[in-house]
Design a protein around this ligand. Sequence first.
Ligand code: B3K
Ligand code: ZN
Length: 844
Amino acid sequence: PTTIYLKDYTPFGYLVDSVHLTFDLADHATRVTSRIAFRPNPDATDRTFFLHGEDLTLIRAAIDGAEITPDVTETGLTAEVPNAPFIWEAIVEIDPGNNTALEGLYMSNGMYCTQCEAEGFRKITYYPDRPDVMSTFTVRINGDLPVLLSNGNPSGKGKGWAEWTDPWPKPAYLFALVAGDLIAHPGQFTTMSGRDVALNLWVRPGDEEKCAFGMEALKKSMKWDEDVYGREYDLDVFNIVAVDDFNMGAMENKGLNIFNSSAVLASPETSTDDNFERIEAIIAHEYFHNWTGNRITCRDWFQLCLKEGLTVFRDAEFTSDMRSAPVKRIHDAIDLRARQFPEDNGPLSHPVRPESFQEINNFYTATVYEKGAELIGMLKRLVGDEAYKQALDLYFDRHDGQACTIEDWLKVFEDTTGRDLTQFKRWYSQSGTPRVTVSEDWADGVYTLTLKQRTDPTPGQSEKLPQVIPVAVGLLSPNGDEVRPTEVLELTEAEQSFEFTGLAAKPVASILRDFSAPVILEHDHTDAERAFLLAHDTDPFNRWQAGRSLAQDTLLRMIKHDAAPGADYLDGMLTVLRDRDLDPAYRALMLGLPTQSELAAALFESGETPDPMAIWTAVETLRQATAQHVQDLLPRLLSETQIDAPFRPDAEQAGKRALGGTVLYLTSRLDGGIKAAEEYAAADNMTRQLTALSCLLRAGAGQAELTSFYNQWQHDRLVVDKWFALQVSTATPEATVDVTRALTQHADFNWKNPNRFRSVISALAMNHAGFHRPDGAGYELLADWLIRLDPVNPQTTARMCSAFQTWKRYDAERQGLMQAQLTRIAETPNLSRDTTEMVSRILG
Ligand code: B3K
Ligand code: ZN
């Protein structure tokens, strides 16, 4: 396979002035006729006329009306073209009915739809399929289906055809087409300058009742982007389509967003609070791409974080505004540590802006997205809110309609603030998670905080240079008052000291407030100091973090030294649960524990070999001890978290249900599931129903409920996904593999559907102790399914290989077993480029 390098970038030799496409739809023989106006690019030196094209049957090609015979290969074609503007015409035939990879034009339940990002357009027709080639598109669709959609505004329509015109130049990856028997859930939005936009959410018949929430989320997003970023929508229509077979969450195609149905369809009966929050965020994310991604796009795929990091940052700001800012920040830190840190500290580590790749789809990662968003957050913290706003205004002003780079992005900040961002730029090029170590000194009324940073070597990068790390710090006095409000220290050297004077007593420092940088903080606090911060920290993030660190230290001591759960943790949790002034959502978060995989990472980093079974046992023991310690509070909390009002998927009710769920879980550890069974019977929404069922299963009960749940919901594919996933995630370490294997035999295990595949197979990989069963049966089962899925859907297969990325953390036995499975996958004949790249990087 060929490796592509950032340093090799050159512009395409031609500009595209317009694209006209005609689709004659047929399941196995769709004809795509293209008419494209090219002209030589004055900024390019290489005039090779190469058009990408894969899995296409070329029927006819012509230049300025004269038929030609191009030189066709597996990846595209070349042709002799005039050194002047010319019209390219081609007719190709494609087979959407057999496209199981879900890239290009494919079919899902009789509906045609497309996925072009990153390089899927080349499976639709011959084209310079690269993001820096932008053009207007006109699309005519001929097909005997009631709804025919493409990008832009509708420009004509008749029986069996429709035409769409997109006036905004765009790269091909934002092209979309949908055709099918769909029902519209309509809406309307008037933009800040008074233009009316017709909104539609298109769904399959039967899903009409699940549209209202998504539509409201869209309107809120449109309003928020006007209010906060001054960004207005720019077409007469905005369409969203829900599709069942989709490789990821959703796609921001211009004016025609396509969504995995799990990322848009919602109702109280079928969706959990987490689903609602995720759906609201994804709708916002895709909508926000209209400016950060579409109007301003990426020059090349190495710049992916330019649109993704920024858009994730924007959707996080939106969620903070719509819901609770501290809760969102905590969720994001949990998520970053669970998904990005393992990536950044293992064989798949890569910079936020990678410098090479074989298959770009393998770089839609937590590093590019979530760490990329953290970089925006740090930049904002460093320059301040006002300068951030000015820089963004300049960005939109200067680069509208362009395909840009990280250099362009940083330049707007340099130009508005006068700051030199050379060192900051290392965040984009250096991979690995920086570690910040804290030491303190107190003498003669001066408190000195010394911060050291280091980043361990990562693949391809043995030497690391110091980065600019904004460290938000506040100081508390021994009686718990805040004696120094939050200030941002800029750590730029490998080691740096900061002095605080005028203090009456040695303070307790609250460091990395609001998770001000995506780093690992190493601060040797005692349990008592953590308990103090848990009780007094005025920064909600760090107050939560104190509890989290206390829990982690407690668990590590239990695992390493067979210690009993400490009183600081148990009493701390009792105090938290009792504190009615604390937001219920926040109390629920405080009761959360680090994941078993995070504990494994912590053990590995401290030089120990993690034993998944010992980790599992420690977590169970701590849960049981907590339940016993707080048991007197539980009945009252159960009734306090009951909600009498009608269901609302907002932060307030969701927080109450989250706390109620934690309390029910602790209760069912003591009563064997009696309360949970009552809750299950009384449940009138999916959050309650699924929480109760989960508590029952974790308590070793609930088999009858499991069956009745299936019978109740077997008609609803998104709920059936939950039913599958829940069984695997709640299985005991011994049973996980058998439960998973049995579920793959179930009649509803339609493994070619990515949502269903993930509901079972990803759930296996995420059940830490079950997956890491000592005999390797978990590894083998995962590998069996990856090998089976690869020829059908390489993208989803490759993504799921990352379940093996932590293999070097474990004992020699397990390492050998995982390595054997990775090798087996690697040696599979005709393995896709996607999976080949992933497995070889993981093997190292
Ligand atoms: N831009 C798409 C992701 C495309 C993934 C291609 N493998 C969704 C998003 O980030 O909004
Ligand atoms: Zn995105």
